[in-house]
Design a protein around this ligand. Structure first.
Ligand code: SF4
Length: 282
């Protein structure tokens, strides 16, 4: 998943284990990377449960900062729970010795983290290590919500401090234009699965125009607000594109435009709405 604002340039990112397949896109080279400063999360240590040299996702979003799925580099090796545990503990020991603060441990990386078959075990290990080394740090997972209906995935997600779940559009037809999901995606199933959180999750929605999609169109924004009313997430994070996108010609929204679009929900006081002109994420 993809929401980070980097304050520094290419050399800094490369030194932190982030590489570029295409100079415009970003692939994390390591399983545990950072910490990176995030305006929203503070000092955030990233965990990438996808391959170190490629992207794997069951979405292929037209705005994905990792580029198209097809542009991956044929690396399909997922890190094991043992590798994640070892790499994370080594990093936490090092950072603690240096006195480096860690405010957040954030699962994101080059694709959908819940696709890693050991995701539930990895979450348990991460919470244990967090409690041991940085008990004040929050654990966040950025996910496209496609696998919340799987009991083991949901049970893992509900243990973390911030399950951040993506819905960009309200119908399967519209989602096909912006997220291009793998066959079998069904927004109705995702909504039903998200109800299990009973509002204790963060909903994230990317707003943009392009590819015949417009987040401000009534057939998008009005049903999206109905989804918010139905699910009552504890926070709705609305953001727009901030980096190069694999599909050309996409248009971003200004924070003012986004705020105006979601104002009815703000007025109803349903949820905390966070509006980001630039997206923050690992
Ligand atoms: S959900 Fe979309 S933005 Fe996130 S990694 Fe997958 S393709 Fe990229």
């Amino acid at each position: 998943m993809n929401l980070y604002v980097f304050a520094a340039g290419v050399q800094y990112l490369t030194a932190m284990g982030v590489i570029f397949l295409n100079p415009d896109f970003m692939i994390r080279e390591e399983t545990v990377f950072g910490p990176i400063f995030s305006r929203r999360l503070g000092s955030s240590l990233g965990i990438n449960l996808l391959p170190e040299k490629g992207k794997i996702c069951n979405f292929d979003c037209i705005y994905c900062e990792c580029g198209w799925n097809r542009d991956g580099r044929n690396d399909t090796v997922l890190p094991t729970a043992e590798k994640v545990r070892t790499d994370l503990e080594r990093m936490l020991i090092k950072l603690a010795k240096e006195g480096t603060p860690v405010d957040s441990i954030t699962f994101s990386g080059d694709g959908e983290p819940t696709l890693n078959p050991e995701f539930p075990q990895i979450i348990d290990d991460t919470l244990r290590l967090r409690n041991q080394y940085y008990p004040q740090a929050k654990v966040s997972v950025l996910s496209n919500a496609t696998r919340v209906h799987i009991p083991a995935v949901f049970n893992a997600l509900r243990k973390v401090d911030n399950p951040i779940m993506k819905i960009d559009a309200p119908t399967n037809e519209l989602i096909a234009k912006i997220n291009m999901p793998a066959p079998g995606y069904d927004i109705a199933r995702v909504i039903e699965a998200l109800k299990q959180f009973e509002g204790n999750f963060v909903l994230q929605t990317c707003m943009l125009r392009g590819n015949g999609f417009d987040s401000s169109a009534p057939d998008v924004i009005l049903p999206m607000m109905d989804i918010v009313r139905l699910l009552k997430p504890r926070e709705w994070m609305v953001y727009t594109i901030d980096r190069a996108t694999p599909m050309q010609g996409l248009e971003k929204f200004s924070p003012q435009e986004m705020k105006a679009l979601v104002q009815p929900v703000i007025d109803e006081g349903f949820t905390k709405v966070q509006i980001k002109g630039a997206v923050e994420d690992n």
